[in-house]
Design a protein around this ligand. Structure first.
Ligand SMILES: NC(=O)C1=CN([C@@H]2O[C@H](COP(=O)(O)OP(=O)(O)OC[C@H]3O[C@@H](n4cnc5c(N)ncnc54)[C@H](OP(=O)(O)O)[C@@H]3O)[C@@H](O)[C@H]2O)C=CC1
Ligand SMILES: N[C@@H](CC(=O)OP(=O)(O)O)C(=O)O
Length: 373
């Protein structure tokens, strides 16, 4: 990335929970400059200040207050090199496809294209190599210039766990079994989210579709790209989740009365015997240095995984704001009498679970030359 170079970006769904986090982070970004904001037809034509019910702890950035919110039509965003999407999933499918067809680079939080074998599902500290599928996606979906593409990031609960899981696989080889129980914040449901009468003084032991997403997304992210022979003879890359990754996953998801920050209790079994000790696991987690850090992504946190020694950490209220929510916190690493090792993960669902991941994915794409700098 050329020194001092600025890249125009747009934010779709800019008025929502994730969109507001995008706006906050991008307003202070060294490369990306917010050029356009988009939301539903209900908000289009209003200034951002009028359209948005601002829920961030910091003030709305001065530079966006007077910007006029656009309808999410590609022609309004034609002069953006990158578009970040915090769109509601009901709207994201058609809009993101239209933006890709209009030759735009889309970095999406929505679930719609995560399963598509030609769309990378990227957690930036885990599988940036999956950006390699983009030329194939462009050839299929982005004629005539082959410039447009969609990159998705993962479900927020998946993101929180795959970061420590990737660190463990890098140090100790493949994982065989994973059991995870989540305690997910209300902000994960967007704004206005779960009604107060449902969530105060309560726990809701069901989040629609969440367990299935954790179970398959983990395999796509930790799995690899494989070459398959096509009729014409050329090698075609594809995500071959199950064949590549031996892991079996079971997730149980709960909504709890916490505003931000998903807490997850994880137990794992390693394929290699004997398994590592809790102390070896702590050291491997703390030492984990992802490519995003080595390559110099400006939004990568100093510590990807913070390992707590205190017996009562991590906690959402105390740990979700550390490093602006860009890393994950792990604690209570101990022996599991049923599998091998168990621990607790805390991740900020709106930051590393959503907007921060998308932004680092875009930084990686710029540094790797996928998006021209
Ligand atoms: N919250 C979280 O922790 C996480 C969320 N996600 C995903 O990110 C996406 C955004 O989530 P979140 O911010 O929580 O959701 P919100 O409900 O808070 O925001 C949704 C946004 O989508 C816009 N929108 C709704 N309908 C349309 C439409 N027809 N056309 C254009 N824009 C529309 C809304 O605009 P308007 O204000 O005008 O209605 C708003 O800006 C979702 O797909 C979600 O699943 C992923 C990971 C974590
Ligand atoms: N379902 C998550 C947030 C979310 O929107 O996930 P997804 O992007 O996978 O639909 C939660 O409620 O905490």
């Amino acid at each position: 990335m050329e020194e001092g170079r600025q890249i125009n970006v747009g934010v779709l769904g800019a008025t929502g929970t994730v969109g507001q986090r995008f706006v906050t982070l991008l307003s202070a970004h060294p490369w990306f400059v917010i050029h356009k904001l988009g939301a539903s037809p209900r908000s289009a034509g209003k200034t951002y200040r009028e359209a948005c019910s601002w829920k961030q702890a910091t003030a709305m950035p001065a530079g966006v207050k007077g910007m006029v919110v656009q309808e999410c039509k590609a022609e309004h965003f034609a002069d953006c090199a990158i578009v970040f999407s915090g769109l509601d999933a009901d709207a994201a499918g058609d809009i993101e496809t239209a933006f890709r067809a209009a030759e735009l680079a889309v970095f999406s939080n929505a679930k719609n294209y995560r399963r598509d074998p030609n769309v990378p599902l990227i957690v930036p500290f885990v599988n940036p190599g999956h950006l390699a599928i983009i030329p194939q996606q462009q050839a299929l979906h982005s004629p005539p210039l082959h410039k447009g593409f969609i990159v998705t990031n993962a479900n927020c609960s998946t993101t929180g766990i795959v970061i420590p899981l990737a660190a463990l696989e890098r140090a100790f080889g493949p994982l065989e079994l994973l059991l995870v129980t989540t305690m997910q914040a209300i902000s994960g449901a967007g704004y206005p989210g779960v009604s107060s009468l449902d969530i105060l003084d309560n726990i809701v032991p069901h989040i629609g579709g969440e367990e299935e997403k954790i179970e398959w997304e983990t395999l796509k992210i930790l799995g690899g790209l494989t070459e398959t022979e096509t009729e014409g003879g050329g090698g075609l890359k594809a995500f071959d989740m199950h064949a590549r990754h031996p892991l079996r996953v079971s997730a149980a998801c709960n909504r709890v009365p916490v505003i931000d920050g998903h807490t997850e209790c994880v137990s794992v079994r390693f394929a290699r015997r004997p398994p590592p000790s809790p102390q070896q696991v702590r050291e491997a987690l703390a030492a984990f240095t992802p490519d995003a850090k080595a390559l110099g992504c400006p939004s990568a946190p100093r510590y990807t995984i913070t390992v707590h020694e205190e017996p009562d950490r991590p906690q959402p209220r105390l740990d979700r704001g550390y490093q602006d929510g860009a890393g994950v916190s792990v604690g209570r690493v101990r022996q599991c009498p049923v599998l091998d090792i168990k621990f607790v993960v805390l991740s900020n669902n709106v930051s590393i679970g959503a907007a921060t991941s998308s932004i680092i994915n875009a930084e990686l794409a710029v540094l790797k030359g996928v998006v021209p700098a």
